[in-house]
Ligand binder design. Sequence first.
Ligand code: URA
Length: 204
Amino acid sequence: GETGNTLPPPANDLETLRKQAETCRLCPLHEPATQTVFGEGPADAPLVFVGEQPGDKEDISGQPFIGPAGQLFDATLQDAGIDRSTVYVTNAVKHFKFQPRGKFRLHQKPNGDEIQTCRWWLGQELKLIDPDLTVALGATAAQSLLGRSVAVTKERGRIVESDEGQRVFITVHPSFLLRIPDERRKADERARFRDDMIAVRELM
Ligand code: URA
């Protein structure tokens, strides 16, 4: 796809940043995607959640975490006593990457270049919001936030400081929980994720 617009000047507020991101051509993912899916939530949120990239539903609606993973995320936040309307939710990569397969669009993992390129937007979001805590949902988010590859199973539940001095809490991605075939293990992993969200609330 066509790439190559240069970085815009750093924005002074999130709305300006969001407008800038609408026309991003920094990587090829903008071309097949419907739209940029920017972060959503209060500009002064004390808590930020970062996912991987929008999915099929998010690509169509333009909002992060509203599809199946988003519904599980919402339910877990509620169980843990975190009000989603008070937090800012965004993604490491702002366009849906997919492979067309008949009438379906199959999710594809963003590669290192795509994560690295889109990192600029996430960095600007975090600079403007300046939260007390950022939660990395899964390896892609952790990689983008920390600038290195992260083994989530090893570093889960830890708080790591980013190069920019931000506190990052590492946990799994909710779509991982949707893909577990064994019911018993699925229930266990969902409970662990809920416990991570409770830990996050208690850190606030
Ligand atoms: N998965 C993500 O990582 N982000 C979304 O917005 C939706 C699903």
